[in-house]
Design a protein around this ligand. Structure first.
Ligand code: IPD
Ligand code: CA
Ligand code: CA
Ligand code: CA
Length: 272
């Protein structure tokens, strides 16, 4: 890919993220409708849909032949048929948004032939723009991010998602997480996977683990963490997909191996 095309993708991704975040923040002060998708803990608002439509129209106006994989599915074509795919979550942390909390973000990533090129996570409540370009590093509001601190598992502040359900219990993962919680400095749960991964890239959190996330939850965060010098894989240590669901483990590289031992899902050997 030409440098000028990559620069254009980055500029548009940044513009989309800012514009989407500003729109969400503005709409938060007005009444909006909330629907259940599958349950009382799986919500979608009129704002999620409006913001996704807004971002898609900005992208297609500039790049009409690009594909889009967005959570609210307003773009219905098969993502696999596009060389360049935008993976977007208009509001990551909808539950926080509905409860008028500040921990929500917009997540926008660009993949080309399956390779992550640009990742942007914007937190409009704090006006914090996290972005990364493949091979060019990760930034927070133009400050470079480098995970160069040595952190042991005992010193790590970890984050996890709420997705510790019956399946996790059956697989023994809930026990692993309980054990892990006793080993590390602390566990946090902010409710926006994209923001949590951006915090790992920024060194505010040392690691993030989730049993199951959608591609739009981790599409940008993964590029951010990798470009900051962190490691991102599935919980079994295999490469993350770019267009489907996966478990996620993203962390400072210094305790990656040690953390893997605790999260050995496939063999499920760490429940003692
Ligand atoms: C959710 C958030 C949350 C994670 C859930 C996601 P949404 O995304 O990222 O932190 O635990 O698995 O579905 O629905 O608010 O965009
Ligand atoms: Ca959702
Ligand atoms: Ca999400
Ligand atoms: Ca969402």
């Amino acid at each position: 890919m030409q440098a000028s095309t990559l620069a254009a993708l980055k500029e548009l991704a940044l513009q989309c993220a800012r514009s989407a975040g500003e729109l969400s923040l503005k709409r938060m002060k007005e009444p909006f409708t909330v629907e259940y998708k599958t349950s009382a803990s799986d919500l979608v608002t009129a704002v999620d849909k409006e913001v996704e439509k807004h971002v898609i129209s900005m992208i297609l106006k500039r790049f009409p032949d690009h594909g889009i994989l967005g959570e609210e599915s307003t773009f219905a074509q098969d993502p696999a048929q596009f060389e360049t795919l935008w993976v977007i979550d208009p509001i990551d942390g909808t539950t926080n948004y509905v409860h008028q909390q500040i921990n929500f973000s917009v997540s926008i990533a660009v993949y080309h032939k399956g390779e992550g090129l640009v990742g942007v996570v914007y937190d409009p409540s704090r006006d914090e723009l996290f972005y990364a370009v493949k091979g060019e590093g990760a930034y927070l509001n133009d400050r470079p991010l480098h995970l160069d601190r040595i952190v042991s598992l005992e010193e790590a502040l970890l984050c996890t998602s709420v997705f510790w359900n019956k399946r996790a219990e059956q697989m023994g993962i809930d026990l692993i997480v309980k054990k892990l919680a006793g080993k590390v400095r602390g566990m946090r749960l902010l409710g926006s996977a994209a923001l949590e991964m951006a915090y790992v890239a920024a060194g505010r959190l040392d690691g993030y683990v989730s049993l199951s996330l959608n591609a739009w939850d981790f599409g940008a965060g993964r590029i951010l963490v990798e470009e900051a010098g962190g490691r991102v894989t599935t919980m079994t240590g295999t490469p993350l997909p770019y267009n489907e669901k996966s478990s996620v483990m993203a962390c400072n590289p210094t305790f990656y191996e040690e953390l893997q031992q605790y999260l050995h899902v496939a063999e499920n050997t760490q429940t003692d």
